[in-house]
Design a protein around this ligand. Structure first.
Ligand SMILES: [Zn+2]
Length: 194
């Protein structure tokens, strides 16, 4: 394979594994959690899976990526996942990007940015921080539409449920309609709940 073919093969692999991360995100949705899913791949094989369970487990650290990394290290029997790739439907936060660095993950691939918590380009750049002794390559925008749709659909239904339960437009009272529209437009934003 020349470089071009190799790049295309990596792209196809990334899409395939992001599909598995999306399956995990749908599992989160089934238990009424913010739909974020993650998988860890080592040597072309999925060795760890996770989906957001923060409310289910009453655990703010139960993010999809942390759970997938834990699952992966148990599977391979090593706290390091050298050569591994972490796939997440949403940009990993500082905690998850930090965990990926501790695990020596080689690449981080994600679907959509998270402007409120993202630490792989949005609020910071943990994987590329020059002060860390381990750097990970980052690729974003894989299956972005599907990742974003899950998030937008979830928060839209939450807002609708809140409105019909309280009869109040939104917490922002008079600014409610605007806030709703703005939040919808900011597709991919995780909002305060995650
Ligand atoms: Zn996280």
């Amino acid at each position: 394979m020349d470089e071009n073919e190799e790049g295309e093969a990596t792209e196809r692999e990334d899409e395939r594994f992001m599909g598995a991360a999306l399956d995990e995100a749908r599992r989160a949705l089934q238990i009424d959690e913010v739909p974020v899913g993650a998988v860890v791949v080592v040597d072309g094989v999925i060795v760890g899976r996770g989906h957001n369970r923060t409310r289910t487990d009453t655990d703010p650290t139960a993010h999809a990526e942390v759970l997938a990394i834990r699952d992966a290290t148990r599977t391979v029997g090593d706290q390091r996942l050298r050569g591994g790739t972490l796939y997440s439907t949403v940009e990993p936060c500082f905690m998850c990007a930090g965990a990926a660095s501790h695990a020596r993950v080689e690449r981080i691939v994600f679907g959509v940015r998270d402007p409120k918590f993202g630490a792989c380009g949005s609020l910071g750049d943990v994987p590329g921080h020059p002060g860390l002794n381990h750097a990970s390559a980052v690729r974003e925008g894989v299956a972005a539409e599907a990742c974003r749709e899950l998030m937008v659909g979830f928060f839209r239904s939450k807002r609708a449920a809140a409105r019909s339960a309280t009869g109040i437009v939104d917490r922002g009272a008079g600014r409610g309609a605007d806030r709703g529209a703005a939040a919808d437009a900011a597709a991919g934003a995780i909002e305060e709940e995650s």
